[in-house]
Design a protein around this ligand. Structure first.
Ligand code: AMP
Length: 273
């Protein structure tokens, strides 16, 4: 595995490549969720590139940019063992000039749900992903369904900018107790972790209700609120696969998104119905 920190070096490497390239962008503190993306990339491409970059432009003032877990050594070992070919770990200065050009997320889809709680977050996400796409020009790029809104906005960007890149969605990987793996789970105390299980439990219950024929999102939402109580809920959203709000569930076409705070930790999760 080759570790690259300079954009110019990555570009020079890219110009030598003729085979298919799979790309997995991450913010590090790697876990099985990330590994699932890496494995899929390895299965489908000749070369796999992973980036680890805690992107400052997607954090709002007051968010956890400074304390976000950073483990470059452990992460490089994980990538090496997983058979990653190129690990790109740039600094912020390497990627951003002063007064940088920034992508503007769509004013509706980029500013509802996660975008409403974190206004401007998706501008940062789309900007950094577009930079990576420009540098790496991957054949395929891998994104987790756990970050559903991010996945859908990136797919929209690829379509709308005519980028010749295939976006591959990957199922959410969960711990045995059901909690979706997240680098932020390390912020949870043992008691908070137990409370956090209410999030997957509420989604599982919603899926069960749908499975038994319930279609009314209001009713499902109130059941989910009961399960989530007393967590501070940022939103429970019912949408179609384009993130448009829905009142009635249509199987295979709907999505339930949840964001809730457990102590000072914000967690998101979702289910694709
Ligand atoms: P992050 O490092 O949190 O920015 O995540 C990098 C990529 O891994 C994103 O595409 C995430 O959606 C994906 N990811 C994060 N957690 C999981 C998970 N539990 N299962 C599957 N993919 C995940």
């Amino acid at each position: 595995m080759q570790i690259i920190t300079k954009a110019t070096e990555l570009r020079a490497w890219r110009q030598q490549q003729k085979e298919s390239i799979g790309f997995v962008p991450t913010m590090g503190a790697l876990h099985e969720g990330h590994l699932s993306l890496i494995r899929q990339s390895k299965a489908e491409n000749a070369i796999t590139v992973v980036s680890i970059f805690v992107n400052p432009t997607q954090f709002l003032p007051g968010e956890d940019l400074a304390k976000y877990p950073r483990r470059p050594e452990a992460d490089s070992k994980i990538c090496e063992v997983a058979g990653v070919d190129i690990l790109f770990m740039p600094t912020a200065e390497e990627l951003y000039e002063s007064d940088p050009i920034m992508i503007q997320a769509p004013v509706i889809r980029g500013y509802i749900y996660e975008g409403a709680v974190r206004p401007g977050h998706f501008n940062g996400v789309l900007t950094v992903v577009l930079k990576f796409f420009g540098l790496i020009a991957p054949t395929r790029a891998y994104f987790g369904k756990k970050d559903a809104q991010q996945l859908l906005l990136i797919s929209q960007m690829v379509q709308s900018f005519f980028l010749p890149i295939e976006i591959i969605p990957i199922e959410t990987v969960r711990d045995a107790d059901g909690l979706a793996l997240s680098s932020r789970n390390i912020y949870l105390s043992p008691e908070e972790r137990i409370e956090a299980l209410k999030i997957p439990r509420s989604l599982k219950h919603a899926a069960k209700l749908c499975g038994s024929g319930e279609r009314d999102t209001k009713l499902i939402k109130s059941r989910m609120e009961e399960i989530l109580s007393p967590l501070a809920i940022d939103y429970i959203a019912f949408t179609d696969r384009q993130l448009r709000p829905i009142d009635t569930i249509t199987p295979n076409e709907s999505l339930i998104l949840v964001a809730a705070r457990v102590g000072s930790t914000r967690l998101i999760d979702n289910i694709w119905l």
